[in-house]
Design a protein. Structure first.
Lengths: 211, 211, 211, 211
DNA sequence: AATGAATGAGTATTCATTCAT
DNA sequence: AATGAATGAATACTCATTCAT
């Protein structure tokens, strides 16, 4: 069997094992067995547990980015692009839960070689989302006339951050709650984001009322 | 040294170690050394690694809930209560990063005894937030005149879920990002929540436009 | 509580624990708890696990010897003495299984301090039984006319040895088999011994027939 | 070195260690060192201390049964079969004291996984002996004319049980006593068994005389 | 291209034992 | 007469990794 194929088999097994058990709890024995090969072969191809995990992170990160990018309706209005991107994100993570677990949970909970690896992709996505949000903002609500761009950027970054957290939370909730589909969850999120965005653009902010 | 004191020392050490290294990577040796006691004493008082971790989760969960409840300005308007609770949440997580890491990251990435432990606390908080949001909605925007209460309830539940998820995500972001204070994070989140809530009340929703 | 009483409580607990779990598997913690005292007190009174076990062996050995001696109908015919002694042995071991386990099983399966301790008692009993058997032999079958005394002594020793093994085996069998009382088992054994003894006395022996 | 060979080496070391020190006192470290391999290899091949012990019990039980069966002179008269089987038993236990210690002493003194394992083999042997004794009885002393068959059966069962127990006890005695050969032990036992059997057949029994 | 055989370095857990009071 | 607090030393078991083929 050609090397490339074997490598993918191994990484499939590794992603599944890492995703479900975590980096430390996953054992090379288990991964090799799940991949249907002997342990030395895993080492021959992927060198060490650390490199194997890193390779998994990279592959899953690339797959997630590709899925989101492929999902975005290019040429559509910015809000529609955001919507379709969010949908693609939900779909990919839902259909590839182990990969998502590796990226979102495992890689970030274990020391430095890995967290940085994910941060790269995260920055890529945040930048992409930030671009979309920025465009959507300008398109739907006009340019930031009375607000300086820097402040807006920080808010947009905060929004992106909040969006991911909210999305993950909603995904779990939608799964566990009768009668709430992933699509509805996405719509709720979109609503949330859109309204906040609108206010942001208009310079309307909530401020603590006097006591 | 009395048992109760020693136990707290041990749990301090454990929270720090678990929070930074994760459940599996943390070793009982390390925890005992950091606590300044011998390993057998840790076992004598806390029985096993699993129970120790569970005890940490419970202590940190209780501390977080207590901090948030203490932070809420009772008697104030609902939005102000939400705001003050959020602020307390961000402040507690910022000043207690290891405890927060145990709850948010480590407990949830490792198998079932632990994830459930956190879920209990999380549900408590979600319910609390749901109450606040519901009250805020009624208070600030009037009763649900043209929308049936059931639909509103579902939206409020979704919003609460999203809000908590977003807050969790922002807590990490605020900790890691230079120049973002807990207060600012709370304000950002409040803005989004409030705007989304307002739209919700008014029946304004974002819907995918025709292609 | 006076020392002597406490010591007996501790040894009761120890015999039970050692008898059921064995020397190594029994823990001082368990023994102390079962005795209802703190561990340091056990050490204060009985010094070490080894000494505690030795003390148990001695106490149980003395009790067994005393029970058998008390059971023997002094002044009766030798066969009747043997019979009553066997009965007392069966009764004592049956009603004190943990003590018997300590002597027969545990003490002999663990290294040298202990095996020797039991050997002392065993020799005492074997000698006692040997005396009885010898007397019975002479009484019932006449002196060893045509056989030299030394050879007889060896046979008697073998018989005593076999008797103990057979007795133990029969005790277990009688306990597990419906409708076989300990007394019947003892009678069977007595028969066995008596017949063999008779032949022995008469110089009748089984020899391998030519093929 | 092929696995099968290594496994036997390990079990040799284990039988020796378990036989001399007992299940609890024997350490896997010691066994591995005695076998000339590293500890992980022992675990790789034999999984756990418990399974290793069980494997030892089974191997030694099978070896003992095989030795006895091989020793029985098939086709000979029943008494001669019994004699030769007994001789083989004493020879095997004498030349393989650690294996015998594992079976007779260690396996039975430690909890339930092990005691049952030995009981199976023991029952097999008892049944075999019962068959022989029954045959011998009929052959040498004629059918049970004046005694009902059922009563005889119970007596034969008791005798077999006692015989095996006595043999077990004598095995230890012969090993420990200068100048007692396996053959002599077998002869002694045979004498008793034969005499007891003879009396049994003839309906002669020892009964406690009136006081 | 692939594996059976093997291990050094850990990890959680337990236990007999002591000290200060 | 009695105990709460504490530990050094061991023990079963695991895992990432390599070597010879």
């Amino acid at each position: 069997m050609p090397r490339a194929v074997r490598e993918q088999q191994m990484m499939d097994a590794a992603v599944r094992t890492f995703g479900q058990l975590g980096y430390r709890a996953a054992s090379m024995d288990e991964i090799a067995e799940l991949a249907g090969v002997s342990k030395p072969l895993v080492y021959l191809y992927l060198n060490s547990k650390e490199e194997l995990f890193t390779a998994c992170i990279r592959r899953e990160a690339a797959a997630l980015v590709a899925a989101v990018q492929a999902g975005v309706e290019s040429g559509a209005t910015a809000d529609r692009q955001l919507w379709s991107g969010l949908g693609a994100f939900f779909e990919h993570t839902a259909s590839n839960p182990d990969g998502w677990a590796v990226l979102h949970r495992q890689a970030r909970t274990h020391g430095e070689p890995f967290a940085g690896e994910v941060a790269v992709m995260r920055d890529e996505i945040v930048e992409f989302v930030t671009g979309l949000i920025g465009a959507a903002a300008r398109e739907a609500h006009g340019g930031p006339s009375d607000r300086d761009a820097e402040l807006l950027d920080r808010d947009v970054a905060g929004l992106a951050q909040a969006l991911v957290g909210a999305a993950e939370s909603l995904a779990g909730w939608a799964n566990d709650t009768e009668g709430v589909s992933a699509k509805e969850a996405a719509a709720t999120l979109m609503n949330f984001a859109w309204a906040g965005l609108g206010n942001l653009m208009r310079g309307v902010r909530w401020v603590p009322s006097a006591r």
